[in-house]
Design a protein around this ligand. Structure first.
Ligand SMILES: Cc1ncc(COP(=O)(O)O)c(C=O)c1O
Ligand SMILES: N[C@@H](CCCC[NH3+])C(=O)O
Length: 444
């Protein structure tokens, strides 16, 4: 397994992250356990911020909290000078509760409810990324009722297909998100908004997909957006102050993945926007981006305890862990690949090929196929790397499993940032109608 960030094998032959021995982490917090390397998260934030600073251009880096939204992560984003992208009332609530400055929050989503819009307006967030006409009208009306003017970006689809898994490509025309540039609906949205009293047009937003390993898609999106900005300026006299090119920067999950240094993505985006807008003699807009996975993805490691195994001679050996698709649905959903190692015997040589199964009652609950490992024993700790993004945030209680705890590790200290769920968390929200309740024992 590739060792990311501060991960290393210590003198005792065990995996250590953030100066914490994983054996101590499992003893203290149990498994499955999400372990986040805080220094690596901060390093990723700084890579983006420093790459922008080097350009001298005005910018915002908004952490896409959907990747991993907990209060402690919102604090880190704020401390590192990032803005925050939320896509629901729950994410907004988490951010506000963590004390994240509302003026640096951007709200996304293709079906924001009236309640979410009210909540965002009441919190006085920085901007709403408008996705459709219904939302635009609702937003203007709600803002009018509250005597407010809300900053908006328009999510546009530039017709660019990112080279990635088709389920997570969103910049193409046939998508549920945003206003299409090609068919004129993006232009129409701006035209309508320009006559509204309670929305202030900041600019446009485009997100072309996720886990992208090249810059051409971003360049192409920048071209389409710049051309659109020019049309809008010429025909509607509306000038965009902000261009947001979304997130999607790829990370290394397995050896075959070849992401670019984060600064390269920033450079390609800033170079394109700067030269295109200069070419159109258009005032330089602020450039915003929204990385999620590339900030937290490789900083997360999940620790599991190995339990049963099943050897099918001539076919394969299954080794089961105490979590699975409930804490990491990505292999089942996207056929996502992961690397793993034995954390408690990290120096032992690999001796067999096994497939790592989760504990859910479902054949598809497999975490890793054909993984080289030392011969495992029940009680060993398996560490799966790169689980920081879209694992905890997409976790479920399938089979009524309790969601794991989350710890942040740094300089030999481990802080619990989400406690492990209890049975009460799992079943305590259930209600039994009166007619189904059992008579207390001993009464007639
Ligand atoms: C609008 C928007 N912004 C940002 C992101 C974050 O993407 P990533 O985690 O790939 O950086 C996504 C998810 O793909 C998104 O849909
Ligand atoms: N959840 C997806 C990414 C979706 C991004 C949301 N726009 C993943 O795990 O890769």
């Amino acid at each position: 397994m590739y060792l990311h960030g501060t991960s290393q094998i210590n003198a005792a032959g065990r995996l250590e992250i953030g100066g914490c021995d994983t054996a101590e982490l499992t003893a203290q917090f149990g498994t499955p356990l999400y372990v986040f390397d805080e220094e690596l998260i901060r390093r990723r934030c700084r890579e983006f911020v420093e790459a922008f600073r080097a350009t001298g251009l005005p910018f915002q880096v908004a952490y896409a909290s959907k990747a991993f939204c907990v209060m402690a992560m919102c604090r880190i984003a704020e401390e590192e000078g990032l803005s925050l992208d939320v896509v629901s009332d729950g994410e907004l609530y988490t951010a506000l509760r963590a004390g994240f400055p509302p003026e640096r929050i951007h709200f996304h989503g293709n079906n924001k409810t009236p309640e979410e819009i009210e909540m965002a307006l009441d919190a006085k967030i920085g901007c709403i990324v408008v996705d459709n006409f219904m939302e635009l009208h609702l937003l203007n009306e709600t803002a009018k009722d509250k005597g407010a003017v809300i900053n908006v970006l328009f999510r546009v689809t530039p017709g660019v297909e990112a080279h990635t898994h088709e389920f997570i490509s969103t910049g193409q025309t046939d998508t549920k998100f945003g206003f299409d540039i090609g068919n004129g609906s993006a232009f129409e949205a701006i035209r309508e908004a320009a006559s509204m009293q309670n929305v202030n047009i900041l600019g446009v937003h485009s997100h072309i997909g996720s886990q992208i390993f090249e810059v051409d898609g971003f360049r192409l999106a920048a071209e389409r957006v710049a051309e659109f900005a020019q049309d809008v300026r010429r025909e509607l006299s509306v000038t965009f102050a902000v261009i947001n090119l979304g997130g999607g920067f790829g990370i290394r999950y397995v050896e075959e993945d070849s992401p670019l240094p984060l600064a390269r993505y920033v450079q390609a985006i800033t170079d394109s926007i700067q030269s295109l807008f200069a070419q159109y003699e258009y005032p330089q807009p602020e450039i915003w981006i929204e990385p999620g996975r590339s900030i937290v993805g490789d900083a997360g490691t999940t620790l599991y305890t190995i339990g049963s195994s099943k050897n099918i001679p001539g076919v394969r050996k299954y080794v089961s862990v105490d979590g699975g698709m409930t804490d990491n649905p990505r292999p089942a959903l996207y056929d996502a690949k992961y690397e793993a190692m034995l954390a408690n015997r990290a120096k032992d040589p690999n001796e067999e090929t096994v497939s790592v199964a989760g504990k859910c009652c479902e054949t598809g609950d497999m975490l890793i196929w054909d993984l080289e490992l030392p011969v495992t024993r029940a009680g060993d700790t398996l560490a799966v790397s790169c689980t920081g993004a879209y694992n905890y945030s997409m976790a479920s209680n399938y089979n009524r499993l309790r969601r794991p705890a989350v710890v942040f590790v740094r300089d030999g200290e481990a802080d619990l940032v989400v406690r492990r769920e209890t049975f009460e968390d799992v079943a305590g929200k259930d209600a039994l109608p009166e007619r189904m309740r059992k008579q207390p024992v001993g009464r007639s």
